[in-house]
Design a protein around this ligand. Sequence first.
Ligand code: PMP
Length: 416
Amino acid sequence: MNIWHPYTQHKTALPPIEMVRGEGAYLYDNAGNEYLDAISSWWVTLHGHANPILAEAIASQAKILEQVIFAGFTHPQAQKLANNLLSILPKNQQKVFFSDDGSTAVEVGLKMAFQYWHNQGITHKTRLIALNNAYHGDTFGAMAIGERGGFTAPFAPFLFEVDFVPAPIAGQEEKSLSAFEKLLKTDQIAAFIFEPLVQGAGGMCMYSPEILDKMLDLCKEYNVITIADEVMTGFGRTGKLFASLHLERNMPDIFCLSKGLTGGFLPLGITTATQKIFDAFWSDSKLHTLFHGHSFTANPIACAVANASFELLISENCEKQRQNIANSHQVFLEKIKKNPLVKEVRQQGTILAIEIKTPEKTSYFNNIRDILYNFFISKRILLRPLGNVVYILPPYCISKEDLERVYDVIEEGINE
Ligand code: PMP
């Protein structure tokens, strides 16, 4: 064993299961066992594993143009992807910047926001607001704006200072809003970054579009850039193509995208921005350039599969699949919320989260997590509880029968 796995304490973890094949909502191990993937393999798979249309897009692009430097050069798949994304994002989004994954999409968003002020000679806007319980990735900038705790403790001295406000979940809205406005009044805030409507890794905590709209109203009033981290919520997960499309009055200035962008086939990150943000970089001075770029920026194969995934995503069939998942979740929610062992059930579109009552407080490190995870694996279902929160975030191709099986096993797991 020479591989160091992510988020794995190798001393106590069971050996990893070797997966050799995937098809639709299923993964198959080296002994031929099938596992139902109810979490889209870390929230990336949209249209199923080894989807033949997406596989074909990769194979054909690899034979045409596999990679080209993206500074000084462009290519048709990147242009097509930019047009595709802008056609479904809010209308204020005008410019598309490519990177590698969710964390780098977030890093780019932060750099755009800080440099937007810097390029205009505005020196007092140097602070960021983020939400408690947030998760934005594992690179240093992304860690800095996420909830500080066990994950980030070894790096605490190296993370830049951020102003955190309580997430505006039900019952906490006023507290959140007043802390938020107090910070905005300092006139030092460059940007506000948030996971719209659903804080994923923080335990699938949900809040309303109405309260987010109020927060964005304030950002407009105090001239603060708004950054929507839609790395998890993007591409249909929340019932609309992007969670920010649930907002009534406001549109964020910057969007960070990844995960479902390529249907979950290849890593790719994208940060989009308004014309106004871009204009602050448009200059005769080279120092106003956005100095950011990765070796594989806008890799043509990744863009090609993202374009193929886009076509599937916007099809009527996929929309119907998402609606069916949401409807099934709704029925199960009504049932499971009556279970005395359940503290709260939350749903937003295709995402369903069940918070289990435990003597310990809600946390990623809650001991019930490992017991439940192993129970689900023994039933050949891939569910990775976030502490005492069990959630389902399935690929859109999952069948009604398979969803029912996931619900049954969750119920069994909770009752045991
Ligand atoms: N933002 C959010 C909201 C995420 O959920 C994640 C990953 N879970 C990231 C950013 C980081 O993405 P990646 O793991 O691709 O770097």
